[in-house]
Design a protein around this ligand. Structure first.
Ligand SMILES: N[C@@H](CCC(=O)N[C@@H](CS)C(=O)NCC(=O)O)C(=O)O
Length: 310
């Protein structure tokens, strides 16, 4: 598996990512500062101050792209998009179609951003990254927290642009918790399992959770009721990749999402919400998964289909 990491500031191109039972392990992310109006931690919302480093392939980074679009922050928060291929050197910037180089720090490898902040860093080099151009540091690299802080820090008083209204926050947080392990991380637990048992456990939990949310969406348009919230952003970025990559590449193939009438209507509803389809890049999604995980797909051949009935 071409998954490396930093160890005491040195890049190593291999890492262990399963436990003794063959279960996929996902270590927590490291940079967890908060941007707030009061700026308790030195990060206040300001147009032009922050930069997002993302991959179009990555479901976690995709959450932040969607929030940036829904809030209308494209001019206020600048963007870099990595090459979809993550090889032995980890994420890097290139001139490939759809990519945007690092215009802020001029790096070639994403790991150099982490090393700029901590030259002795040990840990994974992940996207998304919310970067502060003023303090030249990483504010946060946890998608769920980045979308919450952008949501609260910019235009929160506009009900049309608030995706975590105070009366729904408890429910939104519970929902994001509930979908994380079986669905968002579940597809990875299935795909990166190295034993039959670990794989089957992950797939069984995944489809039990999908069945549950299918029944919820029979009664309401969105996970927390009748309006689009952060919880929907968190689920959508996994579901939009499901039939294109998780079904085949990660062997999550009990059913397609398009076989679930309510889940598929829900995916289409969100996909066609203004601003969202532009954040979905299936070329990068398919190229990343099928080319980067050489233990799962050693030939690196990227399938032609499917044609998604979106
Ligand atoms: N918990 C993080 C996960 C981020 C993450 O794992 N991103 C993947 C891309 S899909 C990554 O950069 N992986 C590189 C690696 O694990 O080395 C979040 O939600 O932001």
């Amino acid at each position: 598996m071409a998954l490396g990491q930093l160890v005491n500031g040195q890049w190593t191109s291999k890492r262990q990512q399963d436990d003794e039972q063959g279960r996929f392990l996902r270590p927590p992310t490291r940079f967890r500062n908060w941007m707030t109006q009061e700026g308790e931690q030195g990060f206040t919302p300001e147009a032009g101050r922050y930069h997002l480093y993302v991959s179009y392939a990555c479901p976690w980074a995709h959450r932040t792209l969607i929030m940036r679009a829904l809030k209308g922050l494209e001019q206020a928060i600048s963007l870099s998009v990595v090459d979809p291929y993550m090889g032995v050197e980890g994420w890097f910037f290139s001139e490939a179609p759809g990519c945007i180089p690092d215009t802020v720090n001029g790096t070639t490898y994403v790991r150099d951003l982490y090393l700029k902040v901590d030259p002795q860093m040990t840990g994974r080099v992940t996207v998304p990254i919310l970067w502060d151009k003023q303090q030249q540091t990483i504010v946060n690299n946890e998608s769920r927290e980045i979308i919450r802080m952008l949501d609260q820090a910019f235009f929160a008083e506009d009900p049309q642009r608030n995706f975590c209204p105070p009366d729904l926050q408890g429910r939104i947080d519970q929902t994001i918790d509930a979908i994380y392990q079986p669905i968002n991380n579940g597809v990875y637990r299935a795909g990166f399992a190295t034993t039959q048992g670990a794989y089957e456990d992950a797939v069984n939990e995944l489809f039990a959770a999908l069945d549950h949310w299918e029944s919820v969406l029979q009664k309401q348009a969105y996970l927390c009721g009748d309006r689009l919230t952060e919880a929907d952003i968190c689920l959508f970025t996994t579901l939009i990749r499901f039939d294109a990559v998780y079904y085949g590449h990660f062997k999550c193939n009990r059913r397609h999402i398009w076989d679930y009438p309510h889940l598929w209507d829900y995916v289409k509803r969100i996909y066609h919400h203004p601003g969202i389809s532009e954040t979905c890049n299936f070329e990068h999604i398919k190229a990343h998964y099928y080319r980067s995980h050489d233990a799962i797909n050693p030939t690196g051949i990227v399938p032609v289909g499917p044609e998604l009935p979106l």
